[in-house]
Design a protein around this ligand. Structure first.
Ligand SMILES: NC(=O)c1ccc[n+]([C@@H]2O[C@H](COP(=O)([O-])OP(=O)(O)OC[C@H]3O[C@@H](n4cnc5c(N)ncnc54)[C@H](O)[C@@H]3O)[C@@H](O)[C@H]2O)c1
Length: 429
């Protein structure tokens, strides 16, 4: 069965999901408050590196995809899927204001029988309390009887060429069994596998478990990296060896700190909600503490390495390689690269960056002071002028053999220099 649905929030989650629904013959109205994004999409242009413009253009030309800022178009759809941001505020508490404002914007256009699904990562209770309240208030309808309500978390894996939205199983929980049935029907029209759970809260909690699992395990290897390093043992070698165990082990890799829109943020949604129940989330807090301390450890290693070369941090020229938060993507949200740049600058270093995915730093709320900074050129003269190069993210399209030939000193947080020759010293961090 084919559907006409609205997808609200055309970002890293909403856009690929929209295109997947379209590819399977559904009609999607993509709603966003960003006029520039909407215009670009209607011209068949993608603004996300790993989504080719052709895949947007195909759906626009076929008449299956239309982007708009006009929320009244919701009234022509049978379902609305919400994929708006869920950040933390400056006190590191959940900010669900984007969900609430979307709820208010769509409520006047809800009709009997419609389905609303929330996809934004959030704490258990958001769908059946907060979102439900604004939808019922703005529409005069009742969730579970007049309209259907569900939660289904997104599982995007940006930068992984083998990741296919259609093949990633989709967890779905509904307010009532009928809500679940309707949401399952909707997703089954575009995705191969739907995994039903008993409630919206169970679905919300599933997503949090997945992200907390990553955050905690990354903290574990980050801590072990430092302990093993002190013992003269290389964590990367140890992980490679441990990974050969065919059961009961899953590799996680250390780095200069957590990044991205999910892992550094989502666990604290649960921490906040757990307080309402008088509960504490000690693993989450501890993992947060360990991961947040990583940039300082990296700077410490950099300082030692420069010291060995007879140079202080103050006045040294340092190039950060890889500003995106993970390899092979252009997404720099919450990137530890910015923390490293800020900390190095505060110590008096002259810092610049190289990232083939980020030719110039875009304006953002959090890293506005770096906006407009341009990526340096990739050539022997430019690179060899730096006193040290700090690899923060290891994109595959960076030539690390060349880096080894050109750089005086490399501090490598990603094991990118493994097995490569270099003229200067390479220090793991
Ligand atoms: N990026 C990922 O890999 C990923 C993976 C799983 C889950 N998530 C979750 O999905 C949600 C969306 O994340 P994202 O990465 O797509 O964010 P994003 O910032 O890339 O996109 C969000 C979009 O929503 C739009 N928007 C903001 N407020 C709006 C409003 N009131 N009405 C309509 N549009 C609005 C923005 O203009 C933007 O285009 C978040 O809750 C995130 O935690 C993200």
């Amino acid at each position: 069965m084919q559907h006409k649905l609205a997808i609200v929030g055309l970002g890293y989650v909403g856009l690929p999901l929209s295109l997947q629904f379209c590819r399977k013959g559904n009609h999607v109205v993509g709603l966003d408050i960003d006029q520039v994004k909407v215009e670009k999409l209607n011209l068949g242009e993608s603004f996300i590196h790993h989504i080719p413009s052709a895949s947007v253009a195909d759906e626009v030309q076929a008449g299956r995809f239309l982007a708009s800022t006009d929320f009244s178009l919701v009234s022509r759809c049978s379902a609305v899927v919400i994929c708006v941001p869920t950040p933390l505020n400056k006190n590191r508490e959940p900010d669900i204001s984007y969900i609430i404002s979307t709820g208010k914007a769509i409520a006047p256009y809800l009709r009997k029988g419609m389905l609303v699904v929330l996809e934004s990562t959030t704490y258990p209770g958001t769908t059946d309390e907060d979102l439900r309240d604004v939808l019922e208030e703005g529409s005069g309808l009742h969730a579970g009887t007049d309209f259907h309500l569900a939660f289904s978390p997104e599982r995007e894996d940006p930068g992984n060429p083998d990741s296919d939205v259609a093949k990633i199983p989709k967890v779905v929980g509904g307010l009532t069994p009928e809500c679940l049935k309707r949401a399952t029907e909707l997703y089954s029209s575009a995705l191969n596998t739907v995994v039903p759970v008993s409630s919206c809260r169970a679905a919300e909690a599933t997503k949090l478990l997945e992200n907390i699992f990553r955050g905690v395990n990354i903290a574990l290897v980050n801590e072990l990296k430092i302990v093993y390093d002190t013992m003269g043992i290389d964590i990367w070698e140890v992980i490679e060896a441990a990974k050969t165990k065919p059961f009961g082990f899953m590799p996680f890799y250390p780095g200069p700190g957590l990044g991205g829109h999910c892992i550094p943020i989502d666990p604290f949604y649960l921490t906040w909600k757990a307080r309402e129940y008088g509960m504490s989330t000690r693993f989450i807090e501890l993992a947060g503490e360990v991961n947040t301390a990583m940039p300082d450890w990296v700077i410490h290693r950099l300082a030692d390495a420069l010291n060995d070369a007879g140079k202080p941090l103050r006045g040294s020229k340092v190039l950060l390689v890889g500003l995106a938060y993970k390899a092979n993507v252009d997404d720099d949200r919450e990137s530890p690269g910015y923390v490293l740049l800020d900390k190095m600058k505060a110590k008096g270093c002259q810092v610049e960056y190289y990232d083939p995915y980020i030719p110039v730093i875009r304006p953002s709320r959090k890293h506005g002071h770096w906006a407009g900074t341009q990526c340096v050129a990739w050539d022997p003269k430019t690179i060899s002028e730096f006193d040290a190069v700090l690899i923060a993210t290891a994109h595959q399209n960076v030539d690390y053999d060349q880096l080894g030939q050109w750089a005086k000193l490399i501090v490598d947080t990603r094991n990118a220099m493994k097995g490569r020759r270099s003229l200067g010293a390479v220090v793991k961090a």
